[in-house]
Ligand binder design. Structure first.
Ligand code: GLN
Length: 199
């Protein structure tokens, strides 16, 4: 992180593995807080949307009056990092959504939920991610989405060996299909915190 300040960053805490992200961000020196309400969102300089279950996160965000404030935060350019279900929440277009499921949108992507089917619910692999340098990132996928199409505003940060896109960026938005909060490799969170510091 640039400078000596400790930016306050939020982790959307409606559902999912928000505690793990708070722990990683805190260990990196950020003041990391759970965000459940609009007034908590107003106090943070960046937001992580964790993995979990996007259908539940979508329902709860609308129920708690968070969907519109979250959309406004994305539109205002707040740095937002979505992992797995969080990436689904940010996608402009979602495939294999359940009936009535909505996303916040903002990320110029087509994302498919549960893209690896039931035989391959969870798996791990090493990914070359040029923006993070060496070594390769060990990536854990859990009922993960893939990015089926990267729109003109977004760029690919990493793909599987078969070409499927699993990490993306668009200005202050960052998204991964996998879960860096589970592996002890903090480079994605550091990359995100650099966006927060620069914003
Ligand atoms: N399959 C989940 C969903 O659709 C995402 C899984 C995850 O976040 N690990 O939201």
């Amino acid at each position: 992180m640039a400078g000596s300040t400790h930016p306050t960053v939020g982790v959307l805490a409606l559902q999912g593995d928000f505690r793990e992200h708070i722990a990683v961000l805190g260990a990196l020196g950020a003041d990391a807080v759970p965000v459940k309400r609009p007034e908590e969102l107003e106090r943070v300089a960046g937001l992580v949307i964790p993995g979990g279950e996007s259908t539940v996160m979508d329902k709860l965000s609308r129920m708690f009056g968070m969907a519109e404030p979250l959309k406004a935060a994305v539109a205002s350019g707040m740095p937002v990092y979505g992992t797995c279900a969080g990436l689904i929440m940010l996608a402009d277009t979602l495939l294999d959504a359940i009936e009535g499921q909505q996303t916040l949108g903002g990320f110029d992507l087509v994302v498919r939920r549960n893209a690896f089917g039931s035989q391959l619910d969870s798996f791990e692999t090493d990914l070359d991610i040029p923006v993070l340098g060496d070594p390769a990132v060990h990536a854990v996928f859990i009922r993960a989405p893939v990015v089926e199409s990267v729109g003109a505003k977004a760029t690919t940060l990493a793909s599987l060996s078969d070409g499927r896109v699993v990490a993306v960026e668009q200005d202050n938005l960052l998204g991964t299909s996998f879960h860096p909060e589970m592996t002890g490799d903090t480079r994605f969170h550091e990359y995100f915190l650099r966006k927060v510091a620069a914003a």
